[in-house]
Design a protein around this ligand. Sequence first.
Ligand code: CTP
Ligand code: MG
Length: 223
Amino acid sequence: ARLHALIPAAGTGSRAGTAQPKQYEPLAGRALVLHTLEALGGVSRLASILVVVSSGDSLMPRGAGWQVAACGGDTRAASVGNGLAELQARGAGEDDWVLVHDAARCLVTPAQVDRLIDECLADEVGGLLAVPLADTLKAAQDGRATQTLPREGKWLAQTPQMFRLGVLRRALAQAGAGVTDEASAIEALGLRPRLVAGSAQNFKVTWPEDFALAQAVLESRKR
Ligand code: CTP
Ligand code: MG
């Protein structure tokens, strides 16, 4: 079975507050998504990289190391589902592994992805990068804490999330548009995705202040 990366990049980035979608904002001199693609380009076991953009997108850079499909949907789950169909149309098999990775998670490193691959190849289900919850977790109502939930055994899901193409397609089709990651669709099938310890630095650029944080991480790695 081969390994493919699928990069959903069809969002509008509404929470980031930028004029253009966040994945195209300049970061350390080039579009944010190019940092994401550079990291994945450093993962030697990937047979292909497919970026899903929305129809009419004119901002996605083209390059030799990746392909672009304008099959984005209204939700992240729809964009991933359409991307999986596109991967299959381009020759990927049901048993091939797909690593779904957010375009907006531009600080992932090849070493983290390699660790995910190592652990998931030895696992029939697959899995995801994740970090154990560091802060105390509150349930809230009307802006007031009602309860403190135990943080033991709770993890923050990141990407990449690595599953078999055929299983993931069926899982997402059954789960519908509400799921915000692949693992939740797999869990709904009764399967148990493996949690592979990632790094807090692999955060998703989401809010306006995240651009400066991402820039600082990139600069710290140059030294
Ligand atoms: N994404 C996508 N198709 C969508 C929505 C999101 O491909 N319909 C992608 C985004 O481009 C991003 C990743 O999924 O790379 C993670 O989603 P998120 O961080 O929520 O990005 P946006 O939906 O663009 O941002 P927001 O929710 O703030 O609008
Ligand atoms: Mg979103």
